[in-house]
Design a protein around this ligand. Structure first.
Ligand SMILES: Cc1ncc(C[n+]2csc(CCOP(=O)(O)OP(=O)(O)O)c2C)c(N)n1
Length: 547
């Protein structure tokens, strides 16, 4: 057995089912060893960036590290974006690339750049395998690092002269990491409950940790019992059921959301599973005068606007019911945030039938009508994200995935492949702008080749719409944002996908329904009328999210 085969054996032991990537001259043995594995399937992609997004979404949905691989130098650099995305999304991922041999890694040499250093800021741990006999320790450590505590990505570089070396027998297997079930001390829970009971207007902010920790059921029960008004971050979307009377939806786009969501009236904010990278606390606590109770697996970084009075550090599934017990005699007063009526009004206009171009409200409501409650929708970055996050109603965790850590474009089309492999029984829809579509559309070929059923809904405005919107808003004109698309229907068909040009709202609903269940790869092209963007600004205040 050589080192490449040993690495693959450890991946098998760790339950890896897929490795996404592209081979290069320096990692042919690993790729070949994966090819020979009967437990792991290699998913050969068309751009390493696609592999990194597939692994990223696979990790986000399963909680198990997604694994992506590439060659040294250019291949590794292409892998960087999805790895950085996993860091800001706190998603477990292992990136394994080749590296130049130990005999040349220290000097100027063909295709060699310092990948360990390059990946270091976007990973929890970044290391090269410098000694063949250290391989089992290092690879096992990579898995532990990726899932322990706050999950995240890890980078491993395998020098090309280490890869073919004979393997030294592995150390005995280490026990798998038990779930962290620690809970806060009772006095801390009591203090937190007292703060909430004494508050005039307590309010909750629900973050992505609730979904990652599978604590949605507990949090929904908590919100139901206490009637606490609760908004979610973009990444926490779906963590609470939008049908709960005190659910406020997703906060964070509009400069006036502080008032729209009634955070201006709040004196105490309970955050559950929230991380600072998801959403700037300045937006809910601009004067730093609110008391914050922070309930999560780990303490947060310091921030002048994150004024924590009480930390409740513990497993969310176990801790939320304990806080609920302490609040058994408490009911929050009804708040009437303006946002609820505003969203309802837009959902109503979205039901109206018409020909294309459709308004964003029509596309969002048509999408909701067509996707079943168990379906997974991946929402890409762009103006469409604003509309989908605000208006697309969610009832269950992971039913609408949004990227608001790095907010990168073009992660959803490859991500949909990762999502389908992670959740084979669910219908998968990737929603993106035409800008994002053209950045990673080559992975349609990957989806077709591996028969991974998924549907892509492309909002077409022939522009980088969100930036156009921001320019119009702040400068009252725009520049360098318009482009021309190829014939998107023929283009999508040339990959072997089905393609359809939407004609009307009803046509969109019907096409989505058929596509989501036909077990094929589909591309739906939908012209959008973004003149609604500026109308929204007039209604709700300026957009504030960072682009
Ligand atoms: C990789 C990357 N490049 C650039 C940006 C900045 N950016 C954010 S949204 C956006 C435009 C997106 O255009 P499109 O995909 O067509 O969606 P639309 O805004 O038109 O709905 C750009 C350029 C980014 N977030 N990520």
């Amino acid at each position: 057995m050589n080192i490449a085969q040993q690495i693959v054996q450890i991946l098998e032991d760790r339950g890896v089912k897929y490795v996404f990537g592209i081979p290069g001259e320096e990692n042919i043995r690993i790729v070949d060893a994966i090819h020979d594995s009967d437990k792991i399937q290699f998913i050969l992609v068309r751009h390493e960036q696609g592999a990194s997004f597939m692994a990223d979404v696979y990790g986000r949905l399963t909680g198990q590290p997604g694994v992506a691989t590439a060659t040294l130098g250019p291949g590794a650099i292409n892998l960087l974006l999805g790895v950085a995305d996993a860091k800001t999304n706190s998603t477990p991922l292992i990136a394994i690339t080749a590296q130049g041999g130990l005999n040349r890694i220290y000097k100027e040499s063909h295709q060699v750049i310092d990948l360990r250093a390059m990946f270091q800021p976007v990973t929890k741990w970044s290391e090269n395998v410098y000694a063949a006999n250290a391989t089992p320790e290092i690879v096992n450590k990579a898995f532990n690092q990726a899932v322990n505590g706050r999950p995240g990505p890890v980078y491993l570089g395998i020098p090309q002269d280490i890869e073919p070396m004979p393997a030294v027998p592995a150390i005995a297997k280490t026990a798998s990491t038990p779930a962290n079930l620690t809970v806060p001390q009772t006095p801390d829970l009591q203090r937190a409950a007292q703060i909430i009971k004494k508050a005039q207007h307590p309010i909750a902010l629900i973050g992505m940790g609730v979904i990652r920790d599978h604590a949605s059921e507990e949090v929904n029960n908590f919100i139901k019992q206490t009637n606490l008004p609760a908004a979610t971050t973009f990444m926490g979307k779906g963590a609470i059921d939008d049908r709960l009377p005190s659910s406020l939806g997703v906060i964070g786009f509009m400069r006036h959301d502080y008032e729209n969501f009634a955070y201006d009236q709040a004196d105490v904010i309970l955050t559950i599973g929230y991380e600072l990278s998801e959403f700037d606390p300045n937006r809910i606590n601009p004067d730093g005068d609110k008391q914050i109770i922070h309930l999560n697996d780990f303490q947060e970084d310091t921030d002048a606007h994150y004024t924590v009075s009480q930390n409740l550090i513990g497993n969310l599934q176990a801790t939320v019911p304990l806080l609920q017990e302490q609040l058994s005699d408490f009911q929050a007063q009804d708040l009437k945030p303006a946002i609820k009526d505003a969203v309802q009004a837009e959902l109503t206009t979205g039901q109206q039938e018409s020909q294309v171009p459709l308004t964003p409200q029509q596309i969002v409501t048509a999408t909701r009508e067509a996707v079943d409650d168990q379906g997974i929708v991946l929402v890409d970055t762009g103006a469409l994200k604003m509309w989908m996050a605000r208006l697309y109603q969610t009832y269950t965790p992971n039913s609408a995935l949004i990227d608001n850590g790095l907010s990168t474009m073009s992660w959803t089309l490859p991500g949909a492949i990762g999502a389908k492999l992670a959740c084979p029984d669910k219908n998968i829809l990737a929603v993106m702008g035409d800008g994002s579509f053209m950045m990673n559309s080559q992975e349609l070929e990957t989806a077709v080749r591996y028969h991974v059923p998924m549907t892509n809904l492309v909002w077409v405005d022939q522009a980088y719409g969100l930036i156009k919107w921001k320019m119009d808003m702040e400068m009252e004109h725009h520049s360098e944002v318009d482009f021309h698309n190829p014939d998107l229907i023929s283009y999508a068909k040339s990959f072997g996908a089905n393609a359809h040009m939407v004609q009307s709202r009803a046509d969109l609903v019907q096409t989505l329904k058929t596509s989501l269940t036909n077990q094929q790869v589909n591309v739906i092209i939908c012209p959008v009328d973004y003149s609604e963007n500026m109308k929204l600004i007039n209604k709700l205040g300026k957009v504030t999210i960072s682009l």
